[in-house]
Design a protein around this ligand. Structure first.
Ligand code: PBG
Length: 326
């Protein structure tokens, strides 16, 4: 049937009806809040390019987690800023490493908080690359050994899930093997499967003090022009044992999220990264856009594309809107 019998506006005149036929509904259950933990006591360093986000010492991180949990967001993703770095990032595997301390403290105070540990070396290496440098580039097979150690160490500290973000080949398989050998068979791996070499990570690298000191990450992160390759990355991670696959960034890669969800039927996470967050904040500050409205529109688009889990610095703000607290 066509016009005039069919009128699509008929479903739009009444808000109750509009709500009933809404296809995509965001929920606080979808959100993960990324947080940055640093050494010291009572430290709260603002991250200038990410308004409202801070490097927090463990004591204040725990307080922040209470706020996050009270908003309804029940999962956090932790990034550490250690006091000292080394050549191969092995400081990340220390029993009393910064993220290990943070996990224990959060679990002690807020036992139901779901704590996800990002697994990567870039915050822990002196050169800022995601692994050990041999002949001027990150060596794959040495790096996956340190990453697997880091994963076991963070699981020992109490992490509920590990999330490798390094983009080395074979890291999921080795991580699964080492976790299982250490009796962590119940700990899922959320793999950053299709992670692109993106300009949108700029603010994060300020936050995590993890910018590479030379070169870039193009020999390990993906070319933004490719999506068939994303499918191959996801396929391998699934075979290697990933429980959840991730696409990152989210907004410029909605087509990739859609393809991954459609082709694999796996739980899919999308990382709404720092640069995507900061652009909204900057434009809203200038009154060029309605920040809250654009935030909800972006998050809805990520879910509509097929993401089950959305990792976002907007998590608490969006939760407060969804809960009518804002
Ligand atoms: C570590 C890592 C990065 C992000 C998450 N894990 C940065 C990078 O690859 O340089 C970026 C997250 C963001 O921009 O919010 N490898």
């Amino acid at each position: 049937m066509v016009f005039p019998e069919t009128r699509l506006r008929r479903l739009r005149y009444n808000k109750v009806l509009r709500d009933m036929v809404t296809e995509t509904k965001l929920s606080v259950d979808d959100f993960v809040m990324p947080l940055f933990v640093c050494t010291g006591d009572n430290v709260k360093n603002p991250i200038s390019s990410m308004p409202g986000n801070y490097q927090l010492s463990v004591d204040l991180l725990v307080e922040e987690c209470k706020t996050v949990y009270a908003s309804g967001v029940k999962a956090v993703l932790l990034f550490g800023i250690p006091k000292e770095k080394d050549e191969d990032g092995s400081v990340a595997c220390k029993h009393d490493g910064i993220v290990q301390q943070a996990i224990r403290a959060i679990k002690k105070e807020i036992k139901d908080m779901y704590v996800i540990a990002d697994i990567c070396n870039c915050e822990y290496t002196t050169h800022g690359h995601c692994g050990t440098i041999i002949d001027g580039d990150v060596d794959n097979d040495i790096t996956i050994e340190t990453l697997a150690k880091q994963a076991v160490s963070l699981a020992e500290a109490g992490a509920d899930m590990v999330a490798p973000s390094d983009m080395m080949d074979g890291r999921v398989a080795l991580m699964r093997e080492k976790l299982d050998e250490n009796n962590f068979t119940k700990i899922p791996i959320m793999s950053y499967s299709a992670k692109y070499a993106s300009g949108f990570y700029g603010p994060f690298r300020e936050a995590a003090e993890s910018a590479p000191k030379f070169g870039n990450r193009a020999t390990y992160q993906m070319n933004p022009a490719n999506s068939d390759e994303a499918i191959r990355e996801v396929e391998l991670d699934v075979v290697e044992g990933a429980d959840i696959v991730m696409v990152k960034p989210a907004l410029s890669y909605l087509d990739v999220i859609y393809r991954v969800k459609t082709e694999f039927k796996m739980p899919v996470a999308a990382y709404n990264v720092s640069g995507e967050f900061s652009m909204v904040k900057a434009a809203a500050e200038k009154d060029w856009i309605d920040g809250d409205r654009v935030m909800m529109e972006i998050l809805t688009s990520i879910k509509r594309a097929g993401a089950d889990i959305i990792i976002t610095y907007h998590a608490v703000d969006a939760a407060n809107i969804l809960n009518g607290k804002k």
